[in-house]
Design a binder for this molecule. Sequence first.
Ligand SMILES: [Zn+2]
Length: 243
Amino acid sequence: MSPQRQSVNHNKTTQTSMLIQGREVQVIIRSMKRKSLRLGVTEKGEIEVKVPFYCPRYEVSGFLSKHTAWLEQRLTQFELKQKTQLQQLQYLGKCYRFQRSEQKSRSPVLIDDVCYYPQSWHEEDLISKIELWQRGQAKVVFQELIDQWWPHFYQGALIGRPVLRVKKMRSRWGSLSSKGYINLNMKLMEFDPAIIEMVVVHELCHSHYFDHSANFYRLMAEKLPNYKEIETQLRQIEKGCAY
Ligand SMILES: [Zn+2]
């Protein structure tokens, strides 16, 4: 760079910090040839303020505090966007990345390894909307399995046709109550359909035996001869689970 050019180009970067949502964040101040101050959040999530040359510090500080609410909002948006990009949908044993749909759709569409979510969904609501959708899917998938399997169990059962309840549970995949409710963990929807089926059959076996006795396992083996293999798969998944 020539000395002449250097003397023309005063662009200078300094840093300051400010409190946003109770934490101290760094602000990059770029002095440049311009008339007004301009605030932004960069691609990297840094706060950047462009200021005219010789703009006094107190003016920059005043400008920043005036726009704190706006900055908070932008930073929250940025964090959500990052989370969404990191998040993937695990669905029936497959993994999908999220992408906003170009088409008009009311619910997510899964093609290849992409989950196209409706245009109308805001990124900040994506995770909660997906969860709601998944709960709806779970009701359908679980109910179909119960309907398919119940005819193999109703004879001699200690309860009537079980009523499905989809739940978020931390410590179990399913349970069958003596009152006739079959509770199934929503997280099962992440797994291969064979695993979901095994859990459903396991719970339906409880309609004959409310314990894990030898009779229970005899019934299980009779209904689903390869259940042990699938149980092993589920144990493997459990080991890899974060919770
Ligand atoms: Zn059991």
